[in-house]
Design a protein around this ligand. Structure first.
Ligand code: SAM
Length: 280
């Protein structure tokens, strides 16, 4: 396996067109929360910002819009397919302030990759990435080195993934959630990664400026529930392919979800948190 393929494989959800389309729908649902976090961090015109684990670049394009022509955005990911998708859009020439960089955020040579000048960046945005990394140190070292003093790091990561639930009922979903967590852990990820971030960032001198919960509890027709159902319509296939979820378990899960959609139900998301940190 090539280095690129190996680092791409570390993203357990993959980078095919189906996952890319799911990320786009997910981005649309969480966009408002993202923009509020950027306001909170003071991301604005003329700044130099990083999008760490940018995926197909849905947020990167919005960062580019936010910093404007006088700013600069560097979108970093390990998956060539996602970066190529973003590059295709950049070839239309709309955002000369946005560049991409292929880099494995879980590995470190001790020096910043070229294109990432030291202490020059005003901020970094990182959403749903740390949870997939087998080591957090390379990511946090990169942020410490790249941000200028006073630069801001904004994270959206999960603090307790097993809060994902359907009430009432939901026993098949609870089993599915358990298997997902195990699958990610076996791939070196940590779906509760936000529990570890405060100590690691404090040890690097970062100051926590703001934190809040983005966890939601919604009825069936709410966009956040549609987001959960979207995940539940794609990920079982991957778990089954990995031999971790059976057709019989899937049939029970589908019946349970259909029941939940027909009745008054509470769909509770995994506990997502927003964190804004300042570099010393
Ligand atoms: C759930 S997606 C989130 C994408 C984007 N941040 C967003 O909010 O739409 C996770 C991303 O992390 C990237 N990723 C996972 N492991 C990585 C690694 N070791 N180095 C760089 N990127 C990685 C994946 O390729 C994928 O694009």
């Amino acid at each position: 396996m090539s280095a690129a393929a190996a680092s791409e494989a570390s993203y357990v959800l993959g980078s095919d067109a189906i996952e890319r389309a799911r990320l786009e729908r997910q981005h649309a649902i969480w966009r408002d929360a993202m923009l509020r976090s950027w306001d909170q961090a003071g991301f604005g015109p003329g700044q130099r910002l990083l999008d760490l684990g940018c995926g197909p670049g849905f947020a990167s394009l919005e960062l580019a819009e936010r910093v404007g022509a006088a700013g600069q955005v560097l979108a970093i990911d390990s998956a060539p397919a996602y970066l190529e998708h973003l590059e295709q859009q950049l070839r239309q020439g709309q955002f000369p302030q946005l560049r991409t960089l292929q880099h494995d955020l879980a590995s470190s040579s001790g020096v910043l990759p070229s294109g990432l000048e030291e202490s020059r960046w005003d901020g970094a945005w990182c959403r749903w990435v740390a949870m997939f990394l087998p080591q957090l140190e390379p990511l946090l070292d990169l942020v410490s080195q790249a941000l200028r003093p006073g630069g801001r790091l904004v994270l959206h990561e999960y603090v307790r993934w097993d809060t994902f639930a359907l009430h009432p009922g939901g026993s098949a979903l609870a089993r599915f959630v358990e298997r997902c967590i195990q699958h990610w852990r076996d791939h070196g990820g940590d779906p509760d990664v936000a529990q570890r971030l405060p100590a690691l960032l404090e040890a690097r001198g970062f100051r926590l400026l703001h934190s809040s919960s983005l966890m939601a509890c919604s009825p069936s027709d709410h966009p956040k529930t549609q987001w959960l159902l979207d995940f539940l319509s794609s990920y079982p296939t991957q778990l089954m392919a990995a031999g971790r979820w059976s057709a019989a378990e899937q049939a029970t899960l589908e019946a349970e979800l259909a029941w939940g959609e027909r009745h008054a139900s509470l769909w509770v998301t995994p506990a997502l948190v927003e964190l804004v940190w300042e570099r010393p």
